[in-house]
Design a protein around this ligand. Structure first.
Ligand SMILES: Cc1cc2nc3c(=O)[nH]c(=O)nc-3n(C[C@H](O)[C@H](O)[C@H](O)COP(=O)(O)OP(=O)(O)OC[C@H]3O[C@@H](n4cnc5c(N)ncnc54)[C@H](O)[C@@H]3O)c2cc1C
Length: 476
């Protein structure tokens, strides 16, 4: 029996697990997929919003500002790619400039530091590739960019290094309140825990419904993107938003934490929570809208497209609340944007709540907040790189030529918590296969390494868990 079970290994569940790992409790994270960060935390814009966007007084506003302030320390402790590159909300008309000024005022009320309104001349100096029709902007220097799935992997990895258990391929199918504890069922398996935290993203309302809670609902909203080659990164220095409308923040143009360029997302309400297809109409719309921001976007710089699904709630705010009928069940739901930016703040908020209701009493005598992470050889100087190769020659064998990823980095991904067991898991942790050729050259070698290190035949190595195996059998 565990003290606490967390359902969902997205960025929020993982950072909550890490925060609670500081206490003398037994904890388990239950995840339906073969790996962590497989929901909204896998495919989003990766922006650490400053916090001027959310309505003052909401949990979104409070926790966005808190999370943004915490992000530099959290990412440093966890060795996660993060840059405080700042963000701009640009206006193309005097009407839009009024909205931008209102965002400035709201940002101040929300507690966002160092906001500045910038005029056209200064704007052009800051962003030389920006459409010259832009007349002014709101500049938020504390906004940043982070790799969302590396943050998730690192947070849960650090929680695991401090004693938290993880069970993947465990889709929760039933939740029974047995009065002294919960029985959490997945098919024929069950896990028992005194308390449950429901952080199941798009499926949080389905988990709630398992015990009769129907006070919130979650709807998928699709967001599509184009990702560009690293050579295009100079087209935007800051994260550039257009002026928001009632439909949302609109299409952004931003560098990513790994130096690519990203445009998107679209915003389309859909029915199916599993529908992660891209659509030509959605992609055409983001392309058209992004050209308004940066007119020189080159189509031949695009290396891939992808979709993420937002978990939009019916209240418009994050829902962090005890179940009315089952007080040992806590729902952390409707965590759509700015949920990534807010995630460290949400984790501390949940910790505070559990302390107030007497669940968290005794801190562990030892908690180790740091994670070594996977060294990124591509970003190292020659001396540092040679030093690492001298200690372990595997760092000298390049497997992914586009992204310059070595066998040593792939071995780290397979052996560090939470261990990568499939090709996409290695890709998300190291970027192997994320470059121009999108894995055509390195996939066979990564398959061989996974097979060797896991001690399983190559035919059992999958792209993303059971059912997506790559090889059928030997031909010679
Ligand atoms: C297109 C898009 C753009 C975004 N851009 C930004 C941005 O720039 N900045 C920002 O701050 N936020 C952004 N967000 C929001 C951000 O991505 C989310 O707020 C955040 O990822 C939510 O994390 P989570 O852990 O709550 O959910 P998720 O990452 O969805 O995790 C939930 C987990 O629960 C698991 N699960 C579900 N059902 C079950 C079950 N029955 N049993 C076991 N496990 C289960 C899922 O597999 C998943 O791993 C964006 C979102 C999208 C989709």
């Amino acid at each position: 029996m565990y003290d606490i079970a967390i359902i969902g290994a997205g960025v929020v569940g993982s950072l909550i697990a890490r925060e609670l790992a500081k206490y003398n409790l037994s904890l388990i994270v239950l995840e339906k997929e073969n790996d962590v960060a497989m929901g909204s935390s896998k495919a989003n814009s990766g922006i650490v919003h400053a916090g001027y966007d959310a309505k003052t007084g909401t949990l979104k506003a409070l926790l966005n500002v808190k999370g943004c302030k915490m992000m530099p320390r959290v990412t440093e402790e966890l060795a996660v790619a993060y840059q405080q590159n700042g963000s701009l909300v640009v206006a193309f008309s005097s009407e839009e400039m009024e909205t931008v000024k209102a965002l400035y005022t709201r940002g101040k009320l929300n507690g966002v530091e160092d906001l500045v309104l910038v005029e056209q001349k200064e704007l052009r100096r800051m962003e030389p590739q920006l459409n010259s029709a832009a007349i002014g902007a709101l500049y938020a220097p504390k906004a940043g960019i982070v790799c969302p799935y590396t943050l998730t992997v690192a947070a849960l990895g650090n929680a695991m290094d401090n004693g938290v258990a993880l069970k993947c391929n465990f889709p929760v199918t039933a939740l029974h309140d047995r009065s002294s504890h919960f029985e959490i069922v997945s098919g024929l398996e069950a896990v028992e825990a005194a308390m449950v935290i429901n952080v199941a993203g798009l499926f949080a309302d389905d988990i709630a419904a398992m015990v009769g809670d129907d006070f919130f609902s979650i709807h998928p909203r699709r967001g599509e993107y184009y990702l560009f080659d690293r050579e295009m990164a100079a087209l935007a220095r800051q994260t550039i938003f257009q002026t928001p409308t009632a439909r949302g923040k609109g299409v952004l143009v931003t560098p990513t934490a790994y130096g690519n360029l990203l445009i998107g997302p679209s915003a389309e309400d859909i029915e199916n929570k599993e529908d992660k297809k891209t659509s030509q109409a959605g992609l055409d719309k983001i392309w058209h809208d992004a050209l308004k921001t940066v007119p020189n976007l080159p189509k031949n710089g695009v290396i891939t497209e992808f979709t993420g699904l937002r978990a939009s709630g019916n209240t418009g705010d994050f829902i962090i609340a005890q179940s009315p009928a089952h007080p040992r069940l806590l729902h952390v739901a409707a965590i759509d944007s700015p949920g990534l930016a807010a995630s460290p703040g949400i984790a501390v908020y949940v910790e505070d709540m559990l302390r107030q209701i007497g669940i968290l009493t005794q801190k562990r005598s030892v908690f180790y907040p740091y994670r070594r992470g996977i060294p990124v050889l591509r970003e190292m100087g020659k001396k540092e790189r040679l030093g690492l190769i001298a200690k372990n020659p595997a760092y000298g064998r390049i497997v992914c030529r586009c992204e310059e990823i070595s066998e040593g980095e792939i071995l780290d991904a397979i052996h560090q918590n939470p261990k990568a067991t499939d090709l996409d898991g290695v890709k998300r942790r190291t970027r192997s296969g994320m470059g121009r050729c999108q894995g055509s050259f390195c996939m066979p070698t990564v398959t061989e390494i996974l097979s060797r290190e896991r001690g399983v035949p190559m035919e059992q190595i999958s792209k993303k868990g059971p059912g997506s195996e790559i090889l059928a059998g030997k031909t010679k």
